[in-house]
Design a protein around this ligand. Structure first.
Ligand SMILES: NC(=O)c1ccc[n+]([C@@H]2O[C@H](COP(=O)([O-])OP(=O)(O)OC[C@H]3O[C@@H](n4cnc5c(N)ncnc54)[C@H](O)[C@@H]3O)[C@@H](O)[C@H]2O)c1
Length: 295
């Protein structure tokens, strides 16, 4: 397997790189090394081929796809942004970049994609009315409620605090901010690409992920957790199954369960025990050079 991980220097992407290397796969990363996210050089196993470049740049992406079988698309502008003025940046890094990537994959006849989506595509998630037990679409959370420690949203019709329920994969999409809208759009682009090219795409709707290398300080590090509800890719066999799903359709999966750690991941060595080397100065075949400290 020759895997390209976009955003592979990021929090989740770097764990995917480790997991792929552990399986003996050959791994290439393309990452712009956004200076806001990477004030220090990322740590990488020297086996990883690193391309410093932007996924919005067609020439960079085209080069980075040389010899690749499968793409794991993690790069994105993540979070809620400061204001609506950030909208163009979300669309550029998330949707325009995805369109550039998928068009380049078509040119190179690469037919397998895993897309990092998010549970934010479901908005606030599923809730039921506390009185009737019937499903209710939550209203926006009020600041006063949050200050009072009331974190569940209210029924906009009755004002009652709603009761959280399990979100199924069939739940309606309800993106409520620009980031969420950009993740829905990424999914639709991937589905359109899969239908148009007869390729296979899986979108994983991660819940909030936490663990080593997470960008936000102050939370106790624990092993990264990814949702486990993935369906097999179209045309690819589920482990232990003799059935092969039909090819040509996109299969989208969700993960709404809270972060959990597998027995294997809890045995992960601490960060400092890993034999990674910091990248202090990089010159790549495809991208530009970067040295630290950044200016
Ligand atoms: N962290 C979470 O809790 C969470 C939850 C749901 C979904 N996701 C999704 O998972 C994916 C990975 O998230 P993360 O938390 O690891 O993010 P991250 O910010 O840690 O990593 C993203 C990486 O992508 C790179 N990048 C951004 N724009 C780029 C571009 N245009 N070209 C090349 N590289 C670019 C950044 O430099 C960074 O290294 C994202 O698609 C995100 O939307 C994350």
């Amino acid at each position: 397997m020759r895997l390209l991980v976009t955003g592979g220097a990021g929090f989740i992407g770097s764990h995917i790189v480790d997991a792929a290397l552990a399986r003996g796969w050959s791994v290439r990363v393309v990452d712009s090394l956004d200076p806001d996210l990477h004030p220090r050089p990322p740590l990488f196993d020297p086996q990883v081929e690193f391309v410093i470049g932007d996924v919005t740049d067609a020439a960079t992406v085209d080069s980075a796809l040389q010899g690749i079988d499968t793409v794991c698309h993690q790069s994105a502008k993540v979070g809620l942004g400061v204001s609506f003025a950030d909208a163009p940046d979300y669309i550029r890094n998330n949707d325009y970049a995805t369109a550039i990537l998928l068009a380049a994959m078509e040119r190179r006849s690469i037919t397998r994609l895993v897309l990092a989506s998010s549970m934010v595509v479901y908005g606030e998630g599923a809730y039921t009315d506390s009185e009737t037990g019937l499903p209710a679409r939550p209203g926006p959370r009020a600041e006063a409620d949050l200050r009072a420690g009331i974190y569940d949203p209210r029924n906009p019709e009755t004002g009652d605090v709603l009761v959280p329920a399990m979100v199924t994969e069939e739940a309606p999409l309800d993106p409520r901010n620009v980031y969420a809208a950009s993740k829905v759009s990424q999914e639709h682009l991937a589905a359109a690409w899969a239908r148009s090219t007869g390729s296979a795409a899986v979108a994983l709707r991660y819940h909030n992920v936490y663990g080593p290398r997470m960008p936000r300080p102050g939370i106790r590090p624990t092993p990264v957790s990814l949702p486990c509800s993935a369906r097999p890719w179209p045309g690819v066999r589920r482990r232990g199954s003799s059935k092969t799903a039909p090819s040509g359709a996109a299969s989208f999966t969700s993960g709404m369960s809270p972060p959990r750690t597998s027995p294997q991941s809890t045995r992960s060595p601490p960060e400092e025990a890993l034999a990674f080397v910091p990248i202090t100065s990089v010159r790549t075949r495809y991208g530009r050079s970067v040295t630290w400290p950044r200016h």
